[in-house]
Design a protein around this ligand. Structure first.
Ligand SMILES: [Zn+2]
Length: 464
């Protein structure tokens, strides 16, 4: 029994061993010798970058370990790499009568960040607050323009971060030299050498500062000008940037006493009042300049009152201003003059005694067979009047209708002593030049005065 049983076991053992051997043989065969499809690097779900050409990277061959023939597939389905989306691609491989089909989903997606290009060729300098001279060019495969670009300074590196619209981020670090040795630049408003005449309007126009690093730099002003006391004063403007660089600029202000008879401008306006006169009075008020108005019987009463109340000289130019009437006889002249004098007296209570002849003492148009200007002028003086002509003509009596020409006619002919300027407040374009004339005068050491009986007698001289 025992022997029989041993044989039985031996048979079973042998069978197991044989079975194992067969399996091993098969495994060895299939591993090394059996022919089949072999797939390398296949991705069922493949992501490719937007804009980069699509190429499948997997390979399929048929054969065994020793020899495997690469197979070119037939491909169905197209991938548009310039359009974001998912695409199905089918690869079919044939080897003899055997067939293999691979299905792939290709997703076109923007997966690359912007490209940051530094264009500087020379040293890059950064301010301690991060402001720098880096010239950056940022391009992207998907965005035509990348707007989300941030910079920050960390130690001696500027870190630039660019993010595209699909949230792909690129970070670049650039080594920089961190320093701020530049002083703020101060610009003085107005003249650096100012002449101020006592009694005229004074104001300091200040200064501004700019800096290579700081967006805003405060300017501090020191030094005082006593606008009522003669002398030379210095105003100092100082500025300090956030790195402690300091700079200074100074303005020299010469305060002078107003010297009568020296560089005095008498602005005189004939033929008014008119609709332009109030505008003119506003300008004169703004600069605290007094002028002289040779009025007629035209215009609003209230304007003559305003002229008088605001400290100007209301003077007489005749009532009618009609040459043939005014100069018809000596009596006719005084009758006309008295008419306008009465008007001024009625409106202001004041006895006007400053006179200007229509056309001036030298005007040929005033020639009349009945009178001589010379005689008329002395009669006027004998009657207690003071008459004035002018030595600067603005040209507004007919030569020009341009504000610019009026302005240059006046400022280009200013005298070093007394300037009596003839303008007409009946001409809007002429009135418009007055503010600039005043500004020019004040900035160049002139004073403005109104005509009074003691003013220098600027007269043409009566020729006949
Ligand atoms: Zn006139």
């Amino acid at each position: 029994m025992k022997k029989k049983g041993n044989i039985k076991y031996k048979i079973i053992n042998f069978s197991i061993i044989l079975f194992v051997l067969i399996i091993c043989a098969y495994v060895i065969y299939s591993l090394f010798f059996m022919n089949k499809f072999k797939i390398d690097d296949f991705e069922k779900d493949l992501v490719i970058n937007y804009g980069s050409e699509f190429k499948s990277s997997h390979k399929v061959c048929y054969g065994n370990k020793n020899k495997c023939d690469e197979i070119t597939p037939t491909i169905e389905g197209e991938v548009d790499y310039n359009t974001i989306g998912k695409y199905e691609v089918k690869y079919t491989y044939h080897y003899n009568k055997k067939e293999l089909v691979l299905d792939q989903i290709v997703e076109v997606k923007d997966i690359s960040g912007p490209v940051i290009n530094i264009k500087n060729e020379s040293e890059i300098i950064a301010c301690p607050n991060g402001k720098n001279n880096i010239e950056i060019e940022v391009t992207d495969n998907y965005d035509s323009e990348v707007t989300n670009i941030n910079q920050r300074l960390e130690d001696n590196k500027v870190i630039i971060e660019a993010i595209d619209s699909n949230n792909n981020k690129t970070i670049t670090e650039i080594e920089v030299t961190v320093k701020d040795e530049e002083k703020p630049k101060i610009t003085i408003n107005g003249s650096k050498n100012l002449t101020h005449i006592i009694g005229t309007k004074y104001s300091d126009k200040g200064a501004t500062a700019t800096d290579n690093c700081d967006d805003k730099v405060e300017v501090k002003t020191s030094g005082e000008v006593n606008k009522d006391k003669e002398g030379t004063y210095t105003i100092t403007y100082s500025a300090e940037d956030s790195s402690g660089n300091k700079s200074e600029a100074t303005r020299k202000v010469t305060v002078k006493e107003k010297t009568p008879g020296t560089r005095v401008i008498y602005l005189t306006f004939d033929d008014g009042p008119s609709k332009y006169t109030n505008e003119l009075l506003d300008v004169l008020k703004k600069y605290n300049v007094k002028a002289t108005f040779f009025v007629t019987c035209k215009g609003d009463d209230s304007i003559i009152q305003r002229e008088y109340n605001e400290g100007h000289t209301v003077a007489l130019h005749t009532c009618s201003h009609v040459y043939s009437q005014v100069y018809a006889s000596y009596d006719a002249y005084f009758k006309d003059l008295n008419n306008v004098k009465a008007r001024v007296k009625r409106l202001t209570g004041y006895n006007a005694n400053i006179v200007r002849f229509p056309g001036g003492t030298s005007n040929a148009r005033s020639i009349s067979p009945n009178i001589s200007m010379k005689t008329l002028a002395s009669k006027v003086l004998n009657n207690g009047y003071y008459y004035f002509d002018w030595n600067i003509s603005s040209g507004d009596a007919g030569e020009t209708t341009s504000t610019d020409v009026v302005y240059s006619n006046v400022v280009n002919h200013l005298k070093s002593g007394t300037s009596v300027v003839l303008q007409h407040d009946t001409k809007g374009y002429s009135v418009k030049a007055v503010e600039r004339i005043i500004q020019y005068g004040l900035e160049n050491g002139y004073t403005f005065e109104r005509l009074t009986p003691s003013s220098p007698k600027i007269r043409h001289g009566a020729g006949h």
